[in-house]
Design a binder for this molecule. Structure first.
Ligand code: GTP
Ligand code: MG
Length: 252
């Protein structure tokens, strides 16, 4: 009975990331096939989406190519990126039971400014540390808490945007910096002195490592990939979202 009730719940993906990254634009594109004008979000929202027939999901790779009668559906959850409204994203992270993965959207052009990069890295650091702690806290061997993360390097259509590989390395370097600062803060506050395990629990990725790489999240049950694309194309045409759809299909 329990199984039945659970399987009825739609699988969902959570959109998060800094303000202006393109989360709501991505939501409208995935849900409606076209992206319309957006305003900065003040509340969370969600939309029902169906996998395009060109994308195969892992669960139905044995289906015939011509059978498009029942494309797998999922719920896409949008959250506001503004710093003061991020509790919505954190709440969705803990309450959504059928969560299949997180899509962290960044504006690839904004990352070339140091403020843009720091903002994107700090929020991502917080999310990854939260996922790491969930994983550490999960006592069952089956580990239902493991969640994949896709960093969507959006706005690749903008001429000043960083290429996808650069988005990855810039974020990794900046997260290493955030990690060093946070760990120093923890030491200064004296928390690390009282409890030796505390510092390790608060350390993102490989404990004590100087450099940070997303690969370090794997041993904490978090698979991170960076996939480039754009919601908008040149001249306002449809952008390049194939890579993102592919990831959704793989994790649906
Ligand atoms: P918050 O709701 O404030 O958290 O922001 P958001 O992440 O939902 O951003 P939103 O989708 O509202 O997009 C912000 C702006 O970026 C809008 O003007 C979009 O039209 C624009 N935008 C989104 N995606 C792209 C893209 O791929 N290329 C370009 N050039 N502009 C984009
Ligand atoms: Mg929005």
């Amino acid at each position: 009975l329990y199984r039945k009730a659970q399987s009825k719940e739609l699988p969902s993906f959570l959109l998060l990331g800094p303000s202006g990254a393109g989360k709501t634009s991505l939501l409208t594109l995935f849900a409606n096939g076209t992206s319309s004008k957006t305003h900065t979000s003040q509340t969370p929202s969600s939309a029902l989406c169906a996998l395009p027939s060109t994308i195969r999901s892992t669960s139905d790779r044995y289906r015939s190519e011509n059978d498009t009668s029942s494309q797998p559906q999922f719920l896409l959850l949008d959250t506001p990126g503004h710093g003061k409204l991020r509790h919505h994203a954190l709440a969705s992270l803990t309450t959504s039971t059928a969560l299949k993965g997180l899509i962290y959207v960044v504006d690839s052009a904004a990352l070339s400014s140091s403020a843009g990069l720091t903002g994107a890295a700090e929020y991502l650091y917080d999310i990854l540390l939260l996922l790491q702690k969930r994983h550490t806290g999960a006592k069952t061997s089956k580990d239902p808490q493991a969640l994949p993360v896709m960093i969507a390097a959006n706005k690749q259509d903008v001429f000043s945007s960083l290429p996808t590989q650069m988005v990855k390395t810039k974020l990794e370097e900046e997260i290493a910096r955030v990690r060093a600062t946070r760990s120093k803060g923890l030491m200064d506050s004296g928390v690390g002195m009282e409890d030796a395990g505390e510092e390790e629990r608060e350390w993102l990725g490989e404990y004590g490592a100087e450099a940070f790489g997303f690969g370090q999240m794997e041993e904490h049950g978090v698979e991170v990939v960076v996939v480039g694309g754009s919601v908008r194309g040149e001249g306002g045409e449809k952008g390049d979202v194939e890579g993102w759809w592919g990831w959704v299909g793989e994790n649906l």
